[in-house]
Design a protein around this ligand. Structure first.
Ligand code: FAD
Ligand code: 2HG
Ligand code: ZN
Length: 474
């Protein structure tokens, strides 16, 4: 049953957007359920505006009726920030219809796109014009540039190109009052006051709705080399990272580490992918070198790195991709770990960062503690070693009731991991954000003054709490 207010709002939204773009009945699972299928919300309505003006009008209408809005892009977020709560009173605002490329400026090396543009489409459009758009992650086939910016997504190219924040030069944003901030600047230098763009980036839909963005493009690298290597330990992986930096310089674009159990899950659930070397090493690493020099020169340098690494025992075996298709397959294996984990069953996710120098001790100590305290625990450790960011995940025991395992152990597992992160001066969310999943943990791990300033910013920009309430901040 809807209240009179809600009925009036729905009517107004239908007038603004058209009947077909205000959904309040039927199966809304794809909008209301999170990607991991662990949480399900209920929306008052799902609205699908076609342009910035409509987004602004929806926000105004909702603000006037005191109804809050949850912005959603591809709904691939991993911290439960993009679905409505269970109250049935929130409007879910999907940006998916807004996917136009507004301009591509080849001389300025920028592209301006609407927020609902799928990341992979953006990469392809850039490539067709002869440029590289480097942001790259496993969900790129369905996540959107708006969602990437709202979460300040990382991915596998951060080492060289930075995360979403570093790739963004300008934003168009609808504020909590329904005003439009036109800041789609393609400027690389602009010191005219507070950096509102960077405030919006990573704010997870709590400060404004991103409707368009101007993103940086890069020249397409002439050479691209990828190797998969077996390493004896995490310490060796870190040492290899240092060597790779030394030998490849800025050409080092990706450095990922994958634990044996993580790879065994890919082998088990996707055997056709033919995971290399996983049986012979506790960890494997994936190294990518992209360069502006010729493929032959780059290859020589890359092979030299591998020789040195063999020589000093950092790697025990390695395969090198012979062509782009093989390289893509190696990346595909790495990016399939999340799906393999989902196939295996319920799991607990951690997206942590600690200084790279502390990673070996962090892994050693946390592994030992979890194994000691949580019976049957299976550790799925992988991630962006080059950024000091690990997905230090925990899979429920192979046999037995995984639901019961999570019910009984999830909180304790999180405590152990987060306390360990704290000891090493790390972060409990390196790239996925806070959402509602970590909102109660944040006060224990964020500097209290920083947290207070965040609350004041939220209060200043969205005093009514219209935008994604209960996410990032309680
Ligand atoms: P959604 O999930 O729809 O939304 C995410 C958050 O942003 C929500 O809080 C939402 O309210 C807000 N939001 C969305 N659009 C807007 C907008 N236009 N304006 C304001 N707020 C908005 N993340 C990484 O950082 N690195 C990875 O390597 C990575 N790999 C992944 C692999 C898989 C298989 C999956 C499922 C997820 C992965 N993610 C990764 C997590 C996820 O953060 C990214 O997929 C992506 O950035 C989310 O984009 P989205 O469009 O799906 O956003
Ligand atoms: C990745 O790096 C993503 O593959 C997902 O950030 C991590 O599944 C995860 O925990
Ligand atoms: Zn990741």
């Amino acid at each position: 049953m809807h209240t009179t207010n809600q009925i009036q709002l729905l009517k107004r939204l239908r007038t603004l957007l058209g009947e077909a773009y205000v959904l309040s009945e039927g199966d809304l699972t794809i909008y209301e359920q999170d990607w991991r299928k662990r949480t399900r919300g209920k929306a008052l309505a799902v609205v699908r505006p076609a342009n910035t003006r409509q987004v602004a009008e929806v926000v105004k209408a909702c603000a006037q009726t005191g109804v809050s809005i949850v912005p959603q892009g591809g709904n691939t977020g991993l911290v439960v920030g993009s679905i409505p709560d269970q109250s049935g009173t929130q409007v879910l605002l999907s940006l998916q219809r807004m996917k136009t490329v507004r301009t591509l400026d080849a001389d300025n090396l920028t592209i301006t796109v609407e927020a609902g543009c799928i990341l992979q489409n953006l990469q392809q459009i850039a490539a067709q014009a002869g440029f590289l758009f480097p942001l790259s992650l496993g969900a790129e086939g369905s996540c959107t540039i708006g969602g990437n910016l709202a979460t300040n997504a990382g991915g596998t190219q951060v080492l060289r190109y930075g995360n979403a924040r570093e790739l963004c030069l300008g934003l168009e944003v609808v504020t909590a009052q329904g005003d439009v901030m036109h800041s789609l600047s393609g400027l690389r230098k602009d010191n005219t006051g507070y950096d509102l763009r960077n405030l919006m980036i990573g704010s997870e839909g709590t400060l404004g709705i991103i409707t368009a963005a101007t993103m940086k493009l890069y020249p397409m690298p002439a050479a691209n080399l990828t190797a998969w290597a077996a390493v004896p330990s995490v310490t060796h992986a870190v040492k290899l990272l240092g060597l790779a930096r030394q030998h490849l310089g800025a050409g080092l674009t990706g450095f990922e580490m994958m634990g044996q159990f993580a790879l065994s899950l890919v082998d088990k659930h996707f055997p056709h992918l033919r995971v290399p070397l996983w049986q012979e090493a506790t960890y494997c690493v994936l190294i990518e070198n992209s360069d502006s020099e010729s493929q032959d020169h780059a290859r020589e340098r890359f092979e030299h790195l591998l020789e040195v690494a063999f020589g000093n025992g950092c790697i025990t075996n390695a395969v090198m991709a012979e062509n782009l298709a093989q390289a893509r397959n190696l990346w595909h294996i790495r990016e399939s770990i999340t799906l393999a984990q989902a196939e295996e069953g319920l799991n607990i996710k951690h997206d942590i960062s600690v200084p790279i120098s502390s990673i070996p001790s962090f892994v050693e100590e946390t592994d030992a503690q979890l194994k000691r305290e949580i019976e049957g625990v299976r550790l799925v450790n992988f991630g962006h070693l080059g950024d000091g960011n690990l997905h230090y995940n925990v899979q429920a025991p192979e046999h037995g009731d995984s639901k019961a395992f999570l019910r009984d152990n999830e909180e304790r597992v999180n405590q152990l991991v987060y306390q360990s992160v704290k000891r090493f001066d790390g972060s409990i969310s390196a790239e996925h954000g806070v959402g509602s999943m970590k909102v109660n943990d944040l006060p224990h791990f964020k500097d209290p003054v920083a947290l207070k300033l965040m609350q004041q910013i939220k209060q200043a920009l969205d005093p009514q709490g219209v935008l994604n309430p209960g996410r990032v901040l309680r």
